[in-house]
Design a protein around this ligand. Sequence first.
Ligand SMILES: Cc1cc2nc3c(=O)[nH]c(=O)nc-3n(C[C@H](O)[C@H](O)[C@H](O)COP(=O)(O)OP(=O)(O)OC[C@H]3O[C@@H](n4cnc5c(N)ncnc54)[C@H](O)[C@@H]3O)c2cc1C
Ligand SMILES: *[C@@H]1O[C@H](CO)[C@@H](O)[C@H](O)[C@H]1NC(C)=O
Ligand SMILES: *[C@@H]1O[C@H](CO)[C@@H](O)[C@H](O)[C@H]1NC(C)=O
Ligand SMILES: *[C@@H]1O[C@H](CO)[C@@H](O)[C@H](O)[C@H]1NC(C)=O
Ligand SMILES: *[C@@H]1O[C@H](CO)[C@@H](O)[C@H](O)[C@H]1NC(C)=O
Ligand SMILES: *[C@@H]1O[C@H](CO)[C@@H](O)[C@H](O)[C@H]1NC(C)=O
Ligand SMILES: *[C@@H]1O[C@H](CO)[C@@H](O)[C@H](O)[C@H]1NC(C)=O
Length: 473
Amino acid sequence: MLFKRTQVGVYLSLAPLALNAVCLDVLTRDVIVVGGGASGAHAAVWLRDNGKSVAVIEKRNTLGGHTAVYHDPTTGRPINIGVQAWMEYLNTTSFPTRMGVSTNGSMAFGSVTTRYIDFRTGLPVAYTPPADSDKNAAIKKYLDLCEKYEGLLIPGFFNFPSPDKIPEDLTMNFGQFVDKYNLSAAVPRLYDATVMGVGDFMNVPTLYVMQASGVPMARGLLGLGRAIVPPSGNLHELYERVADFLGSDVLYSSTVSSSTRTDNRVSVIVRSANGTETKVTAKRLLIAIEPTLMNMAPFGMDEDEENVFRTLKYTTVYAGLVKHPSLQKGTAYSNIVLAAAPNNYSVYPSIAQVGKIGQQVGSNDLFSFTAVGTDKDNSESMKELVRKAVASMVAQGTIPDTNGTVNFEVFADHGAIHSRVSTEQLKEGFIQKQLVLQGKRSTWYTGAAFSSGYSTVLWAYNELLLPKMVEGL
Ligand SMILES: Cc1cc2nc3c(=O)[nH]c(=O)nc-3n(C[C@H](O)[C@H](O)[C@H](O)COP(=O)(O)OP(=O)(O)OC[C@H]3O[C@@H](n4cnc5c(N)ncnc54)[C@H](O)[C@@H]3O)c2cc1C
Ligand SMILES: *[C@@H]1O[C@H](CO)[C@@H](O)[C@H](O)[C@H]1NC(C)=O
Ligand SMILES: *[C@@H]1O[C@H](CO)[C@@H](O)[C@H](O)[C@H]1NC(C)=O
Ligand SMILES: *[C@@H]1O[C@H](CO)[C@@H](O)[C@H](O)[C@H]1NC(C)=O
Ligand SMILES: *[C@@H]1O[C@H](CO)[C@@H](O)[C@H](O)[C@H]1NC(C)=O
Ligand SMILES: *[C@@H]1O[C@H](CO)[C@@H](O)[C@H](O)[C@H]1NC(C)=O
Ligand SMILES: *[C@@H]1O[C@H](CO)[C@@H](O)[C@H](O)[C@H]1NC(C)=O
């Protein structure tokens, strides 16, 4: 179809007046996949491998979503911005292996010295993290609890209990859970790994903290599971192979502008950044993006759908690479609140906040940062927070004054992430209301909001979901 469109484009450039008449290409497919990140890209390959035709609609000009890479011009090495590793889980390696990407690499952990600073004041905090023995014992205890509930949560909510039978451990806030099981020595490491992204995680139901940092992560932190990367170190390589395989089945730089969904057919109008429109008709629609109200708007939600998607709340996550001459090599600056001194592991910065700025392992003057915002934050507000964090440290003499400015080499806005609802909503049967949407009006859902925020868990989820989705195709 791309070939056909190219032909039309060439013809049009000679006869611009015909534009409106022939611009709307029409594609017919078995399945439309919206979003080409870890879950959408995997789903599209699975569908093609199972004899189904697909069209993937991807907003950006590349596949991979949160799996983004930057090529350091100084060292020539790839730096993953976003997804850092494929955490071992069931058949972790079967998808990369299918695409011809080797999985025998391991994530490189650098040795940097962490300095604990309150980024609001720029002053060091006299804080000591838990001793390794306490930390590991607590993570092990946490892993045992995650494993106890694993079958209810991952790779999806297939076995999730009815509202009156949900274990109290999963609905209580994580802060209470930590107190109940004396897990506080585990929290700083979990926070550093992913839980920071959940925002006010001590006041979020434990279920959602486990979704953000459950069995695959806890096993990885204890060395019981692998943190896998390809030998090249470049996780995006997988999605380059997927792009080659899918070819013109991916409509890049494109979003859905409107749609019609019935019980046996879906039709969407796709608009690309250059203004061309394509009508795609299919028997199934697979949503593989965060189902925020804004993302779902073009799909004309019915009342049940809107009730579910209106209830989900999100934080926003940002990551990237900065340069600033005052930042010291071999150092990571970690944001912490004064109340955490000398060893209170229950209190963390509130969002919006810059979590950490640390030298990128193996690079010269690049520092990676991660930052977490509310659903009201955006790239500009978060860049300003990064600048303020560095300026406050300079102003207090915590780092030397060099008259430098923060130079953003890469700034990745990962957008809305870590969907969650409240304890009360879980007890009112939210998960059941969410699950009932699967298959409604020919529409199915994958991605972290229906599974868990790990590439490998999403692939395992797809392998259970997609056979149901294609029944009768
Ligand atoms: C900083 C960071 C670090 C992470 N580290 C790891 C890690 O080390 N290991 C791990 O397994 N997971 C990690 N994750 C979690 C990661 O979110 C998941 O592993 C996984 O990549 C999510 O895949 P997805 O398909 O659900 O979503 P995404 O990867 O977000 O894919 C969604 C895709 O849809 C596109 N899109 C969005 N909106 C639209 C629209 N309206 N129309 C069309 N297309 C659209 C996006 O451009 C994107 O390509 C990390 C996440 C972040 C933010
Ligand atoms: C692992 O992958 C194989 C081949 O794709 C599949 O047959 C099997 O069901 C998978 N196992 C699990 C546990 O997902
Ligand atoms: C890893 O895989 C690559 C590519 O397949 C291969 O060249 C390399 O020898 C392998 N390394 C190890 C340690 O197995
Ligand atoms: C809680 O865990 C810490 C180590 O993390 C340990 O020192 C302490 O004794 C434990 N308290 C109880 C009541 O088990
Ligand atoms: C417009 O963008 C689409 C999707 O990226 C592309 O396939 C198409 O060739 C472009 N058309 C023109 C006329 O540039
Ligand atoms: C940790 O700090 C919080 C907030 O200041 C406080 O409520 C809590 O009691 C402290 N915990 C310990 C163990 O000191
Ligand atoms: C920073 O710039 C000011 C004004 O140009 C100058 O007076 C000062 O010496 C500079 N400081 C450093 C550390 O370079």
